[in-house]
Design a binder for this molecule. Sequence first.
Ligand code: NCD
Length: 339
Amino acid sequence: MDVVLRKKPPSEAEQYLLDIRRDRELSFFDLHSIEQVTLEDLELVFDVARRFREYKTYKFSFNKGFSQVNAFFEPSTRTQASFDLAAKQLSMDTTSVGASNSSFKKGESFIDTIQTLGAYNVRTIILRCTQAGGPEFAARHVQASVINAGDGWHEHPTQALLDAFTILDEFGGRDLRGRIVTIVGDIKHSRVFGSLVRILKKLQADIRVAAPETFLPDYVERFGIETFWSADEALDGADVVYALRVQEERGAQGDIPTLREYSKTFGISPKRLALAKPSAILMHPGPVMRDIDVHSVLVARHPQSRILRQVENGSATRKALLWLLSDRLDGMVKEYEPL
Ligand code: NCD
């Protein structure tokens, strides 16, 4: 593609990014599920993300002239901010629409809203919606590349990308063979789990899941992972402790006696974290419910906590994705079905 370069010769960082994108490409145009992502895709995204992380304050002019809509029909802090900043740091123009300030509220249908946004000739639509499968459906009806930023209780693929990037960075290597990842919490209502478990499977991690029985849907067994009703047992010898929020807005209170009781048995306290390996890292997608899913002292500055690192990696990973996808779409007409 014709990249808009500034007059001065490209810096070493820019040259690296241009070269890598010339030689390798993603296997997908739209990202709705981690199922679509190959191991080669993962390596490519992580190689580019690593480079973007080194130059985190640098504004690249690569994607000048391209636009992005952040369509967030459910609340978001991290995902929306990082996608918006990522686009801006690649010199894209962005705009955001949400449930409370869009015509959604006036009764416009999901697909009409999406097609309207697509008609602005945008390059990417970052979509968070209440409907499981919404991003896949939307992608079939617009020319833009649609990225799932969380669809109902289903998946959150870019969260899984940044999580896998964080774990691989910590332990080195290209996969997670021999690494025990223990996921604790509200599995049932979690789209983060839906993508995390798929990416961990691809990377061949040993996955354990610990939750009250009521938070463990039957389909978890189909992933062929070990399930525990005791957090303490599941944490024994773990390399990664991944805590999930109790999602009260999805009715989680109906599955546990009280939040206090939940936190006593499944909340990650320093004592419980000590059951994992001494080198274990603690992760959480955010937002953290302090002293419910994770004890306050473990949230931000604790040496084993990688929660803010995940946020930082989210920015680099999403920038990598936007950079690689914008090339993937260049010069081609995506086959889509106007309604
Ligand atoms: C998650 C989400 O919205 O699915 N947050 C995020 O994107 N980092 C998890 C949550 O809300 O608990």
